[in-house]
Design a protein around this ligand. Structure first.
Ligand code: FES
Length: 621
């Protein structure tokens, strides 16, 4: 007999048994049904709506604030606020589900010399005789010293205990032919015969939303394998602050978060090894980059102080740890290197972007913008670097937008206004919502044709400019909560109703783009740089790749530079992590980047707030 209360999730018909008091969002998560939870389960975003057809409890005040009396009667509730006290049947509509974001599954070519920290060396050792009774360990160490030209006195190389245990059989299996795997001054594995060309490393880019793993061979030229997953920590909240709160306030919160990210990395390693046709014990090193909170959570370091003024991280420098200590299932003696952070809200992922884009070493004035769940900005002027972080991401990832969603199947990805509205939808299926790029497109197009003015106000139908085509004009509709613009009619959607943009959605976009643009403006002021001085604007991050540059300029998200100076650099954070994996020189450079990049705290700066107020407006056409 199963323990706990039975909850059935429809339409899958999947059943779970949970303890009384478990929330529906947690119950669903236990059987792999991940609900959208941009607010981290605080009951404020309304994105986790479910319909309970059996066992619905009385609605809470928060339910009442989100749903109409009719909806409440039909059993509509917030999954994050509903606690299981009796058997339930729960329908999860598609809009409430968390869908995998589209992620590029190819790696960017990196132009660095292959000079990894971990390397293999093949040796044909001298066989023992009655005249030569040196121990196996001495035989190997002498060969290593001879090969590397190290002086005979004093041995800088040591053997891991597990290697000494394995050595007698390994050397005798193939007539004293062995391959040693060295990580700096330590031999971490020894294998019979010549196994060079089979030493692998994995680089991870742990994003708040998406985790990407890249597998590279460290001692031979082989294709890079890439795999990605949604960060399973999203079930504890969409943004870093919600995760920090979870770590801080929930029993075992930090442990849950750490175990969930390590489980995800282990899953990714499994897929990568399968693709490469290797065993996970052939992976001898991992490099991990992420924002400061993600790195703290991965290392199970309390991140609480990052979210409290004065926003201090516990860890800045790069850390080398044992994979086994962290639960990472690769070679048992493998090492894990986490990229250093810059500050509480600018982490190793930004360090990796700086490395991959060469900002530290380049002359001239260049700006890099990484739009993820947060928006990190770096400005480089002749090798001097300043960086800041802005709360730009949530709107671009669909949070707080009425029909907002991530760039997954069913998301409108492009909006063009001609005589009417034309849409492109990811996956060529009926639309489910709007992702960040189409939100920018929609607002850019509505600005262009005059449905929205430069303050962001949607014009009443009777006040629209005459040039607005009749079919477009007919899409401006009045509702109880103000004006809305219908982007997709019910027959074009899969949600049983229209998809529209509200006045409030436009305000959310203004807040997000205002924060990012004000961050850019503040850094430019710090360095005495004008927009026309910018030689390049580099757009990093999965989202950056989908933005249309002209629309981003039209809404004032990016500085007004000629469009050809705006360049996409793809997942530069992932590329940087790979560079640190395959190159010792890059590994040294990341530490330097983290030390020399000056972090600019925007909170409490009057000039940032002034720039923010100004950047809320849309530019003059
Ligand atoms: S309201 Fe439930 S997750 Fe936001």
């Amino acid at each position: 007999m199963k323990k706990g209360i039975k909850v059935t999730f429809q339409p899958e018909g999947r059943v779970t048994y949970v303890l009384p008091g478990t929330t529906l969002i947690e119950a669903a998560g236990e059987i792999g049904i991940v609900l959208s939870s941009p607010c981290g389960g605080k009951g404020t975003c309304g994105k986790c709506r479910v319909v309970i057809s059996r066992g619905a409890p009385d609605p809470t005040d928060l339910d009442r604030s989100h749903f109409t009396a009719d909806e409440l009667d039909r059993g509509t509730r917030l999954a994050c606020q509903t606690r299981v006290q009796q058997e339930m049947v729960v329908n999860v509509p598609s809009q409430s589900r968390f869908f995998e974001q589209k992620v590029a599954k190819t790696a960017t070519h990196v132009e660095v010399e292959l000079e990894p920290v971990v390397r293999t060396q093949f040796f044909q050792l001298e066989e023992p005789t009655l005249e030569d009774q040196r121990a196996d360990s001495d035989r190997l160490l002498t060969a290593i010293k001879r090969e590397s030209g190290e002086p005979s006195g004093g041995c800088p190389v040591k053997l891991h205990l597990s290697v000494v245990r394995k050595l007698p059989s390994a050397v005798r299996e193939k007539n004293f032919a062995v391959t040693a795997v060295r990580a700096d001054g330590e031999v971490i594995d020894v294998v019979a015969g010549d196994t060079t060309g089979r030493c692998y490393g994995v680089a991870f880019d742990i994003g708040t939303t998406t985790v990407v793993g890249m597998l590279d061979c460290l001692d031979a030229e082989r294709p890079t394998r890439v795999a990605a997953r949604t960060n399973p920590q999203v079930r504890y909240g969409d943004d870093v602050v919600s995760r920090i709160e979870h770590a801080q306030n929930r029993e075992n919160g930090l442990l849950n978060l750490q175990e969930s990210i390590v489980g995800c990395l282990n899953d990714i390693v499994g897929e990568l090894c399968e693709k490469a046709g290797i065993n996970r014990h052939n992976v001898f090193e991992a490099v991990v980059g992420g924002n400061t909170t993600m790195t703290h959570l991965f290392l199970r370091i309390d991140p609480s102080y990052i979210a409290r003024a004065p926003y201090v991280a516990s860890l800045r420098n790069g850390m080398t740890c044992d994979a086994a200590d962290l639960g990472l299932d690769i070679h048992p003696n493998a090492k894990v290197f986490t990229l250093p952070n810059i500050a509480g809200f600018v982490g190793g992922d930004t360090v990796a972007v700086i490395l991959a884009t060469g900002l530290l070493k380049s002359d001239g004035i260049r700006l890099a913008v990484d739009i993820g769940t947060n928006g990190e900005v770096v400005l480089a002027k002749d090798g001097r670097l300043v960086a800041c972080s802005t709360a730009a991401g949530p709107a671009f990832e669909g949070a707080r937008i009425t029909f907002g969603m991530r760039a997954a199947d069913g998301a409108i990805e492009k909006v063009v206004i001609t005589d009417d509205v034309e849409l492109a939808v990811i996956g060529n299926v009926p639309a489910r919502g709007l992702c960040g790029s189409s939100l920018i497109d929609a607002v850019g197009e509505l600005l262009r044709v005059g449905v929205i003015d430069m303050t962001g106000r949607m014009r009443e139908p009777e006040n629209l400019p005459e040039s607005v085509p009749p079919l477009v004009r007919a899409r401006v509709a009045r509702a109880d909560n103000g004006l809305r613009f219908i982007l997709a009619n019910p027959d074009e959607t899969q949600i049983g109703g229209p998809i529209y943009l509200t006045q409030r959605d436009i305000r959310e976009l203004q807040l997000a783009k205002g924060a990012l643009a004000a961050g850019v403006a503040t850094l430019m002021k710090e360095m005495g740089v004008r927009p026309s001085d910018l030689q390049e604007v580099l757009l990093a991050g999965a989202f950056g790749n989908f933005i249309r540059r002209s629309q981003a300029k039209r809404i004032g998200l990016l500085p007004g530079v000629p469009t050809e100076r705006i360049k996409f650099v793809g997942n530069a954070a992932g590329t940087g992590a790979r560079m640190a994996l395959v190159s010792r020189a890059c590994r040294e450079e990341v530490e330097k980047i983290s030390l020399v990049t000056r972090y600019v705290e925007l909170a409490g700066r009057p000039d940032f707030h002034e720039a923010f107020a100004e950047a809320m407006l849309f530019p003059e056409p």
